[in-house]
Design a protein around this ligand. Structure first.
Ligand code: T1G
Length: 697
């Protein structure tokens, strides 16, 4: 059975115990051990029931994703699960922690399922561009109501213990926290009651009403935004309802193998591991982060309140400072409102909200109240003078060792740190709005930032359930620097002849949740306008400058908040429609610049957008602002709406080939000077026949 699995037999109850830290992935060794343990148990005439149990923090978390792409090795999981299901005595899955993917499929192959409180059950394969390939799509709709089964599989979201019980996935929630003991006790009851194996595969499959199937198909296609796995999941569930069990398993296997071979699953698996590798920093390895319990926030605007709520929801103590009582009261109201929204979304109990507001949150107008803070995050107006004043005052009141962080989205952190006597304690913590929702956190590292301060930023991100990316100091760090560049490309293609609405359509077809012009309207066109004015003195004279965006702002058309931007927002419900007046403003500018508009097709819109994004991203890696290409992928996936099923811009570039990117840059250079020079790193890798992934060590 190997050293990952052991078997005990007591009073007729065999326990097959698996211990494969950290998450009991169903590696080849585990599958072989599980098979051998099951066979040994069943070959013993004393065995009246078998309990399958995992040690450590969780039941099986699924197939071992690190084995994907390698030659599959028997025993294959579907076969092993069929062998479990065929056992002649009751087999009980005793679960705790997570039962995910192939792990839940093992449990579905068992005859009975018990779990302790807090266990989560899910089939997240779709988030890897796959589908449950070991019987999950065929067995779950035989236990679960069909619509719930379809949504759990196509959405990939887990269900909690009580829902699993009420939906029929599990037979009992144990009264103790000892899953193994609960499994053994349940087995004893089954034996006493003379219960036989109850094979899920033999049950009739619940059916979806035609209207339900139509609704689920539509919602799945909409949510997929171009990804194919969600709809393939639905195909497999439909096979469960229309084919005999054995045939359904074959259909599931065929669909699974198609997905396993797809670029989409490679991209999503890349994203999965990249989000775990991004926290591995050479400089912070084996460095202990500083303890953070008391957090100070300077500024109670949208960002400051959001940061405060993010910290409060993670159990931290928060003091928020504003300039006067009125502003402090307004900030407190925002925080209370956001916590109320968390209650409405079921993320927080009402009583918890009250307790947090009573015990863990306070406002102040005195910086002296930051004296005990372990970390103070400044989220004031994006003005270097204002930030320098704040950091000068923080340096005077905060205790030695406290970390001073700026939420600036592009200002020079070294200049801010220089205002203090402790530049080693200064980091950037660039949150993304809404700060208590967006997963990305850029941890900006100054020239003198201490390694343990960096490690503390990453530890805070984990505590806040965010994904931290290390960023060096430059204008815009990683994400905004790249955004600023591909935004120019987008404006450039409109000047060349594309309509902003065609650009948005093409890029939402590429998989973005929203097109860049719709995003600009949502964020506020005045933000981009202010940025262009701020950077005006650095502008390359050769660059095309799109004045139409400034014209809209001069007309007070700032987007959704003013009812008109690139789109017209009539009824405030966010329904947007194109505006002929915008097209006239653009046409006038083209004429004034002597540009004869030409039609630019969807493919070229996407190629031009991606060429600009990848080229600047390659510069960001080449300049050391991002540690690795994967850091750029994680940034764009978690903060800028890049379609996850494409893996991020660097993974996407590897997929289409760096030579293709270079050809596109050269082609578009004729029309837009921002393509004037390929990034040296991009040219070098292409010349060496390498990929960006080759740098993701
Ligand atoms: N395989 C291999 N490694 C895994 C893994 C897995 N399934 N899950 C986690 N790891 C590694 C992870 O890379 C990290 O490694 C460490 O474990 C801790 O993970 C046939 C085909 C279980 C909720 O999609 O969702 O079954 O960085 O940091 O925050 O139908 O891990 O330390 O070196 O995420 O406590 C389906 C994926 C697979 C679950 C725990 N299962 N994992 O979260 O820890 S496909 C999944 C997770 C499948 C079948 C199909 C989470 C977690 P390192 P972590 P965590």
């Amino acid at each position: 059975m190997g050293n990952l699995v052991n078997l005990t037999l007591d009073d007729g109850i065999a326990v097959v115990r698996v211990d494969n830290p950290p998450v009991n992935a169903l590696s080849h060794a585990v599958r072989a051990g599980l098979r051998d343990g099951l066979r040994a148990a069943l070959n013993n005439p004393q065995t009246s029931a078998v309990v399958i149990f995992c040690a450590g923090r969780s039941f099986f978390s699924g197939a071992d994703i690190r084995e994907f792409g390698q030659r599959p090795q028997a025993p294959f999981l579907p076969d092993l699960i069929s062998e479990i299901e065929a056992a002649p005595v009751p087999v009980i899955a005793a679960m705790h922690g997570n039962a995910l993917g192939g792990g839940l499929e093992v449990a579905l192959g068992a005859h009975y399922r018990v779990a302790v409180k807090g266990t989560r059950f899910g089939l997240p394969e779709v988030s890897l561009g796959l589908l449950p390939g070991a019987g999950g799509t065929q067995r779950l709709p035989r236990l679960f109501p069909a619509a719930d089964a379809a949504r759990l599989i196509t959405g990939g979201k887990p269900v909690e213990t009580h829902a699993a019980l009420s939906l029929g996935l599990i037979d009992r929630i144990g009264s103790s926290n000892d899953a193994c003991a609960e499994g053994v006790a349940f087995a004893r009851e089954l034996i006493a009651a003379g219960k036989e194996p109850r094979r899920v595969g033999s049950l009739p499959c619940n059916q979806l009403e035609p209207a339900e199937l139509e609704a689920i198909t539509a919602e799945t296609a909409k949510a997929a935004r171009g990804a194919t796995a969600p709809l393939a999941c639905l195909e497999a569930v439909k096979a469960a309802m229309t084919l005999p069990f054995g045939e359904g398993l074959k259909k599931e296997r065929a669909l699974f193998q198609d997905l396993m071979a797809s670029d989409e699953s490679k991209a999503l698996i890349h994203a999965f591991f990249a989000e775990r590798q991004v926290g591995k920093l050479p400089e912070a390895e084996s460095v202990e982060p500083r303890a953070i319990r008391r957090v100070g926030v300077v500024g109670g605007g949208t960002m400051g309140a959001g940061i405060a709520v993010s910290a409060l929801l993670s159990g931290l103590d928060v003091t928020l400072a504003e300039r006067d009582e009125a502003a402090a009261a307004k900030a407190a109201a925002s925080v209370g409102q956001m916590l109320g929204n968390a209650v409405d979304r079921g993320k927080l109990a009402g009583t918890q909200r009250e307790a947090i507001l009573a015990a863990s949150f306070r406002t102040t107008t005195c910086f002296e109240d930051f004296a005990p803070a372990d970390l103070v995050i400044e989220a004031v107006f994006e003005s270097m003078d204002v930030k320098k004043d704040v950091f000068t005052r923080l340096d005077q009141v905060c205790r030695p060792g406290a970390i001073l962080a700026s939420n600036t989205s592009y200002l020079d952190l070294n200049a801010i740190a220089a205002m203090t006597s402790r530049p080693q304690d200064v980091i950037g913590l660039h949150f993304f709005s809404p700060a208590h929702v967006m997963r990305l956190l850029e941890v900006v590292v100054g020239a003198e930032t201490a390694p343990d301060a960096v490690a503390s930023g990453f530890a805070l991100a984990k505590r806040l359930k965010k994904v931290a990316v290390r960023a060096g100091v430059c204008d815009g760090f990683i994400g905004n620097r790249i955004l600023s560049h591909y935004s120019k490309a987008v404006y450039g293609m409109v000047l060349a002849g594309a309509s902003p609405y065609a650009v948005d359509r093409a890029l939402t077809g590429f998989g973005l949740a929203m097109g860049p012009f719709a995003v600009g309207d949502l964020a506020g066109l005045d933000i981009g306008w202010a940025n262009r004015k701020r950077l005006a003195r650095y502008r390359d004279p050769h660059e095309l400058y799109p004045e139409f965006a400034d014209r809209l702002c001069e007309l007070g058309r700032f987007g959704r908040k003013s009812g008109r931007g690139f789109y017209i927002y009539e009824d405030g419900a966010g329904r947007a429609r194109p505006d002929p007046e915008v097209e006239e403003i653009i046409a006038a500018e083209r004429a004034a610049k002597g540009i004869t508009p030409r039609s630019i097709g969807e493919k070229d819109i996407i190629s031009r957008y991606m060429a600009a994004m990848v080229n600047e991203a390659a510069r960001v890696v080449g300049d050391g602002i991002a540690l690795r290409p994967l850091d750029v992928d994680v940034t764009l996936l978690n903060g800028y709406g890049f379609p996850r099923w494409r893996g991020g811009p660097m993974h996407y570039a590897d997929t289409i080939g760096l030579d293709q990117i270079l050809q596109d840059i050269s082609r578009f250079h004729e029309e837009d000077p921002i393509f004037w020079q390929p990034a040296p790193l991009l040219e070098r890798l292409a010349a060496e026949g390498r990929t960006f992934a080759s740098l993701n060590t």
